[in-house]
Write a protein that binds this ligand. Structure first.
Ligand code: BGP
Length: 468
């Protein structure tokens, strides 16, 4: 079987991780511009000030993507290029940059798939309370509207938010991301809810503008499985699936939060504020969500924590490796002897991917899906000057085979975006953890080089995945 004609083979990036030019052409400071400069926050103090300089080299990068045969490029807009300061004024140079980027993609027939929010919040909004502050919802809406008006004639695929669970959990529970707050369940849930309201309002706004494109949100897909046969582990997995999946998917696809979670939050006195009007809004937006974006890297193998939980996470655990303790200290992820793991302790599990997709179909029906991220973070071997990222080829091959199987099994999957198009900054792991098809030489003026996976993906796209 070949992948259907209208299936998009893509690759992704995010503004802070690739662009650099953090203070050029009128750009304001984001929370990440500020946070990454606080000692000890990122690996060896790495920042995205220059990143891989995509801001200046996007033409070269898009040309390479076109050569690879990429059908769609998922990138995000940096909010502070558009609204640099807290004065409501739009920065024309910021719009110009994205207009050029979009036009460059289109000149090669590459479909731009645009994320509005991939974690770089304007610092002035962070200082006012960030996602816990209702004012951020209005600011986001205004920003989204300006993007729709400026780019919507050419951009027909929009993602509102990337991985709400990650930036809120790391922002308010583990403190590993801005605003660096630890163990604050009230703020964590309030922030999630405010993001869900922003998403619903943005979807309704987009539909009211009648631009006839599609809009959705990207969530993490990380199905939880009991790590062993114990009843307590089964309970842990069920609890994890409620709080890490249903709590995020339900408000978008059902218009309400799972009652199981609400009861627990009320009992623990960490219930967030939700008005009647907001509740209504979530419900109203449900039928207007055109798709769900899914970022899949790994499943979770969980056990219940007995006794006191150690919530002081190691860097590996706080960046997704095994050993993560849940936000409420009820369960934790564990490493299993018979599984494969990456150098960063992320499990490699195409089977988990397939079960996750099947569970989604069972719980939410026949929704349109895009895999908006999937890939292998590795230290790529360089052999005689060639970047031989064979483990990445294997990883993507196995996961694309799952996508094919899922489509054959009736799952409505319309595209796959590998993370990432080009090597880029890993939020907390610096430039060491590579994901791209295109290598960036940090020792040599950020020169670009095609990896083995580049030629492999080129072949996959050209043959529409026939051999997978
Ligand atoms: C996702 C993010 C991406 C990317 C990826 C890999 O959660 O949406 O922006 O960073 O994970 O993560 P990491 O760089 O930590 O390996």
């Amino acid at each position: 079987m070949r992948f259907p004609k209208d299936f998009l083979f893509g690759a992704a990036s995010a503004a802070y991780q690739v662009e650099g030019a953090f203070d050029e052409d009128g750009k304001g400071l984001s929370n990440w511009d500020v946070f990454s400069k606080i000692e000890g926050k990122t690996l060896n103090g790495t920042t995205g000030d220059v990143a891989v300089d995509h801001y200046h080299r996007f033409k070269e990068d898009i040309k390479l993507m076109a050569e690879m045969g990429l059908e769609s490029y998922r990138f995000s807009v940096s909010w502070t290029r558009i609204f640099p300061h807290n004065d409501g004024k739009v920065n024309q140079k910021g719009l110009d940059f994205y207009n050029q980027l979009i036009d460059e993609c289109l000149s090669y027939g590459i479909v731009p798939f645009v994320t509005l929010y991939h974690w770089d919040l304007p610092q002035y909004l962070e200082e006012q309370g960030g996602w816990c502050h209702k004012g951020t919802i209005d600011a986001f809406l205004r920003y989204a509207e300006v993007c729709f008006q400026a780019f919507g004639d050419r951009v027909k695929h929009w993602i509102t938010f990337n991985e709400t669970i990650v930036f809120t959990r790391l922002g308010y529970m583990t403190g590993a991301h801005p605003p660096g707050i630890r163990q604050c369940q009230e703020k964590f849930f309030q922030a999630i809810h405010n993001v869900m309201v922003s998403h619903a309002k943005t979807v309704l706004l987009y539909k009211a503008l009648k631009q006839y494109g599609e809009i959705g949100i990207t969530h993490v897909l990380a199905p939880a499985f009991p790590a062993d046969e114990r009843e307590s582990s089964k309970k842990a997995a069920a609890h994890a699936n409620y709080f890490e999946t249903a709590f995020f998917y339900d408000p978008v696809l059902k218009g309400e939060y799972p009652q199981y979670c609400l009861d627990i939050l009320k009992e623990r006195k960490v219930m967030f504020e939700i008005t009647e009007e907001e509740q209504e809004l979530l419900r109203k937006a449900v039928p207007f969500n055109d798709f769900m974006g899914l970022n899949y890297y790994q499943p979770k193998r969980v056990i219940l924590i007995e006794g006191e939980s150690d919530t002081d996470l190691s860097r590996a655990a706080s960046t997704g490796g095994v050993g993560q303790v849940s936000f409420d200290g009820v369960y934790q992820t564990v490493k299993l002897d018979d599984r494969r793991y990456t150098k960063w302790g992320w499990e490699v599990s195409p089977e988990g991917f397939l079960s996750g997709l099947q569970q989604l179909k069972e719980n939410y029906g026949d929704i349109k899906l895009y895999i908006t991220e999937n890939g292998l973070g590795d230290v790529d071997p360089v052999i005689e000057g060639e970047i031989m990222d064979i483990p990445r080829i294997k990883y993507i091959e196995e996961h694309l085979a799952v996508v094919k199987k899922a489509i054959a099994g009736g799952i409505h999957l319309k595209g796959y975006f590998a993370w990432s198009a080009i090597d880029l900054l890993s939020w907390l792991n610096g430039y060491e953890k590579q994901y791209g098809f295109i290598y960036v030489d940090h020792e040599n003026n950020l020169e670009r080089k095609k990896k083995a996976s580049f030629y492999w993906y080129q072949q996959v796209i050209a043959s529409r995945g026939e051999a997978l």
